[in-house]
Write a protein that binds this ligand. Structure first.
Ligand SMILES: [Zn+2]
Ligand SMILES: [Zn+2]
Length: 199
């Protein structure tokens, strides 16, 4: 009985301080997120300004959202007239991620200029490069939570997305290394990888 009464206040105290810590952390995260969003929005404005200077008309700018997660770097959604960005990926790749902005704006400008959305063709490359981009469909960046596999033959490491990881787990006999040996799951990690730009 004595133990019980002593335990209750301690647990209550612990949980109060945990809640306070979590609240503090989430305020910090919110503040950081606000700063990062502000940086990206200023960069979007800067790149759109360069784009507009090269045109003899001014397209209505797309809205910006920050809804992308995981390995998805950027998205130009023409039907919603929105550009999507990935705040966490930007946080993990403060320099490289900035190339995603001309990439996505170039999709909008390519459509506005040529009335066609043909992905990463020569016209898109020229526009992307004129906006300071690297003219590539994919960007190599640190992405969170890749599943790491090791080849049992040559020892090469393979970084798989969660999606591929699940399919390997289901049909493990079909997936091999380039050297034709089996690959084995050894853990998960942040990893350099080709990011997906859903255009
Ligand atoms: Zn191998
Ligand atoms: Zn693209």
């Amino acid at each position: 009985m004595g133990n019980k009464t002593a335990t209750v206040p301690t647990e209550a105290l612990n949980s109060t301080s945990t809640v306070k810590k979590q609240a503090k952390r989430s305020n910090l995260t919110k503040a950081l997120t606000t700063i990062l969003k502000g940086e990206l929005l200023r960069e979007v404005d800067r790149v759109y300004t360069i784009a507009e200077e090269g045109l003899d008309f001014t397209p209505v700018r797309y809205r910006v959202n920050f809804n992308l997660k995981g390995g998805r770097a950027g998205l130009a959604n023409h039907s919603k007239r929105e550009l999507g960005f990935n705040i966490r990926m930007y946080y993990m790749n403060r320099t490289e991620y900035l190339y995603v902005i001309p990439h996505e704006i170039a999709h909008h400008i390519a459509l506005a200029k040529y009335w066609t959305t043909q992905g990463h063709n020569d016209r898109w490359v020229a526009i992307d490069e004129s906006l300071g981009g690297i003219g590539k469909a994919r960007h190599r960046m640190v992405v969170p939570n890749r599943e790491v596999y090791e080849c049992v033959g040559c020892g090469a490491l393979h970084m798989l997305t969660n999606h591929s990881h699940l399919s390997v787990q289901k049909h493990s006999s079909n997936v091999t290394c380039n050297c034709d040996h089996k690959i084995e799951h050894i853990g998960s990690s942040n990893a350099y990888a080709e990011t997906r730009n859903n255009c």
